[in-house]
Design a protein around this ligand. Structure first.
Ligand SMILES: Cc1cc2nc3c(=O)[nH]c(=O)nc-3n(C[C@H](O)[C@H](O)[C@H](O)COP(=O)(O)OP(=O)(O)OC[C@H]3O[C@@H](n4cnc5c(N)ncnc54)[C@H](O)[C@@H]3O)c2cc1C
Length: 393
């Protein structure tokens, strides 16, 4: 690899090992099915049996190195797991954050001791992470975060409030982005990343009711003088903007994988329904008003999948994956929302009935146009970095 060029091969026909992996994940996922997902979400329970099954088969940590109990593969394989789970109606948001963002960050920036401490549990599915980046008054502008990490002795004390952190009810740890010093000459905040135990006595969480129907709950999280040792700092102090980047691209790819998977799930159901349902003496799928939007959704979905694979391949090759990851996320979210919406439409009134297992997934996919990075911030990135247009904000 020289400069920013990197030698990456992206096979347009999927290799056998990926096809087989998809089949294995699919088998596990279908053993649970969308009904399991919906029931767990409705009961505010954790999908522990699913975590366990995925961990036992090595599907929680395909991107984690084998010496830490992972599969020694990459983001491509992790995205395959998420896409296949979602294609069976089990879009797990926790996969984006725990093995997706935090796994990648610890793998690339953790010390040997930190990798030994956290990666094996993550790979086994027995230890899970949440992520606390967003703040009420900073929003998309991460430079404005006010959660402080002050030095105390050899360690640090964290104080501040995060919002919309998801999945804490089912996590052991939370990776927290904090302001740990004065801004640099370029005005960029000096940020650092810390691992905090979710049940730390000085950490309080308050649930935010949302429209989301998913096993993950969403919280405002308060850190009131939370003391952590120096072993909890991930990467270099004040350098987290750079460190976090290695986790953001995986998160974007995983978000695209979730959306593409749900899109496939929705189109599969819609096609079956449109072939069976007949209200004018022929299947409704024979009407172009039903068939064309579904076909267009399929086209968009396949284009998004290609970009997602390109981004994963670039990330795995340690190449410049930012542009492709952002594009994949935008394409994936739009294609997923469109496919699901169109599948609901093709089902008529049944599209909203719980029995058909479509409408309850709407906000999980719709969320991906807002989080982890919004559509608008992606377009800002592409305008500025891909097209060389002036920064607009
Ligand atoms: C269910 C849920 C789960 C979440 N889980 C997590 C989590 O686990 N951890 C975590 O840290 N965060 C999480 N988030 C937060 C999420 O990442 C943020 O909501 C997202 O990054 C957008 O930030 P914001 O809500 O503050 O919007 P804002 O930054 O306030 O933006 C509001 C609107 O203005 C637009 N906008 C803002 N700035 C610009 C600009 N410069 N140019 C053009 N448009 C702009 C945005 O695109 C958006 O449409 C979650 C959110 C939700 C809803």
């Amino acid at each position: 690899m020289t400069g920013t060029t990197v030698d990456v091969t992206l096979p347009l026909v999927e290799p056998d090992e990926h096809r087989l992996m998809r089949e294995s994940v699919r088998r596990i996922a279908e053993g649970f099915g969308h009904r399991y997902f919906a029931a767990i979400a409705a009961a505010d329970e954790s999908p522990s049996e699913l975590w366990q099954a995925l961990g036992e088969h090595g599907f929680m940590g395909p991107a984690i190195a084998t010496e830490y109990g992972g599969g020694g593969a990459g983001l491509m394989e992790l995205a395959i797991v998420e896409e296949e789970l979602s294609a069976a109606g089990l879009p797990l948001l926790k996969m984006l954050v725990s093995p997706g963002v935090v796994g990648a960050i610890i793998e690339r920036h953790g010390s040997d001791e930190q990798k030994r401490r956290w990666l094996p549990g993550m790979a086994a599915g027995s230890e899970r992470f949440s992520l606390a980046v967003t703040e009420p008054d900073a929003g998309s502008n991460t430079h404005r975060i006010t959660t402080r990490a002050r030095r105390r002795g050899e360690g640090y004390v964290l104080t501040g409030t995060k919002t919309y952190s998801s999945g804490l009810e089912d996590s052991d740890w939370v990776l927290v982005l904090a302001n740990s010093g004065e801004p640099g000459a370029d005005g960029r905040a000096a940020l650092s990343l810390f691992v905090v135990e979710v049940d730390h006595p000085k950490l309080a969480r308050y649930r935010i009711p949302t429209a989301l129907r998913a096993p993950e709950q969403t919280f405002t999280v308060m850190f009131d003088e939370v003391e952590v040792g120096p072993d909890r700092l991930i990467g270099a102090e004040g350098e987290a903007l750079r460190t976090v980047f290695d986790g953001l691209n995986p998160e974007r790819v995983m978000s695209a994988a979730l959306c593409c998977g749900v899109g496939r799930y929705a189109l599969e159901k819609a096609s079956a329904y449109a072939n069976e349902r007949a209200v004018w003496g022929q299947p409704i799928g024979a009407h172009q008003g039903v068939a064309h939007p579904l076909a267009e959704a399929k086209v968009n979905l396949e284009a998004a999948r290609l970009m997602m694979m390109k981004a994963a391949a670039l990330h795995d090759a340690r190449g410049p994956a930012g542009e492709a990851a952002n594009m994949a996320k935008l394409l994936g979210a739009d294609a997923g929302v469109r496919a699901l919406d169109q599948a609901i439409q093709a089902h008529g009134g049944n599209g909203l009935a719980e029995e058909y297992g479509l409408a309850d997934l709407y906000f999980v996919v719709r969320l991906q146009r807002i989080a982890p990075v919004s559509r608008e911030m992606i377009l800002n990135f592409v305008a500025q970095h891909s097209l060389g247009l002036p920064r607009s904000y």
